[in-house]
Design a protein around this ligand. Structure first.
Ligand code: OGA
Ligand code: MN
Length: 291
């Protein structure tokens, strides 16, 4: 074992050190990081200053990357600039479309569950951190699933929900998404419980993009989603990351929810750069679980 791995909480998360992410990785280090990722769900790597190109190279050891959605800073590249700044360093206009993205990040979510094959993982590099606030918090949907009664596990195994970006954007601003935009980004089915193919562990698939559950009335579906989300986000199953300069954090979107915490976007300058590990396959097709 070449890496040092120190758990962050009794339930999930670990600090990993003993390698340099800006340099080519040996097959051994790569395998140890992958194993830690599958086991701990959130990896915190301190003192890993990276350029965009180095971050892409490091990330691609763990799989193909998503292309950034149209309409975001970094669109069409493999980088998302999670920031209150535009690419030229000027502040985003408050209340505008780009600032809305920052607001949506404050809701518990799993990245890109609104895509048919949702992102496996996300890798976030702290280039400039807020002096106050701007923490990122994680919640283990794997620990949440494990804590449920056998009856509840049985009830939800095999259920299929729909996820859409229109649902999450409307939580921030009811007028954020037009009917045309919604038609262009139709809801996708996702399993409510997904099983990790490496270790067989199951986790809940929740977050701000989730809407209906197939075969359930809307009220009952929302009540179930709220109940499961409350289990996942209880203090015992969360870890709140306070950023340091040059931190690199990797998380498993299949096993955790995350959310940003507010900071003063009108006076601070915060820049985190994200690369996103693309999903391999849908978790559900129509109302049938496939993963
Ligand atoms: C993200 C994200 C939260 C934050 O990069 O996917 O949700 O704290 N970030 O910026
Ligand atoms: Mn996110």
């Amino acid at each position: 074992m070449a890496l040092r791995i120190e758990p962050l909480t009794p339930v999930f998360g670990a600090t990993v050190s003993g390698f340099n992410a800006s340099q080519p990785l040996s097959a051994e280090i790569q395998a140890e990081i992958s194993a830690a990722f599958e086991e701990y769900s959130v990896l915190v790597l301190h003192d890993q200053p990276l350029t965009d190109a180095q971050q892409i190279a490091f990330s691609e050891y763990f799989g193909p990357l998503e292309q950034t959605l149209p309409g975001l800073v970094g669109s069409g590249s493999k980088i998302v600039r999670v920031s209150n700044m535009m690419a030229d360093g000027s502040l985003k206009p408050p209340g505008g479309h780009l600032a809305l993205f920052g607001q949506a990040n404050l809701l518990w979510h799993s990245d890109s569950t609104f895509k048919a094959a949702p992102a496996t993982g996300s890798i976030l590099s702290a280039r400039q951190i807020a002096l106050q606030g701007g923490d990122t918090e994680f919640a283990s949907t794997r620990a949440a699933y494990d804590s449920l009664s056998a009856a509840m596990q049985q009830r939800i195994d095999g259920l299929v929900a729909t996820h859409s970006i229109a649902v999450s954007r409307r939580k921030v601003d009811p007028h954020a998404v037009s009917a045309e935009q919604e038609a262009a980004l139709p809801p996708v089915p996702q399993a409510l419980v997904r099983r990790n193919s490496v270790n067989g562990r199951k986790a809940l698939v929740l977050g701000s993009h989730i809407g209906a559950i197939a075969g359930m009335a809307d009220d009952a579906a929302q009540a179930l989603i709220d109940e499961l989300t409350a289990v996942a986000t209880q203090a015992a199953f969360t870890y709140r990351h306070v950023w340091r300069d040059d931190d690199l954090v990797m998380w498993d979107n299949r096993a955790v929810l995350h959310r940003g915490h507010p900071y003063d976007e009108t006076s601070e300058r915060r820049l985190l750069v994200r690369t996103t590990l693309a999903g391999h396959a849908p978790t559900a097709v129509a109302d049938r679980v496939v993963a």
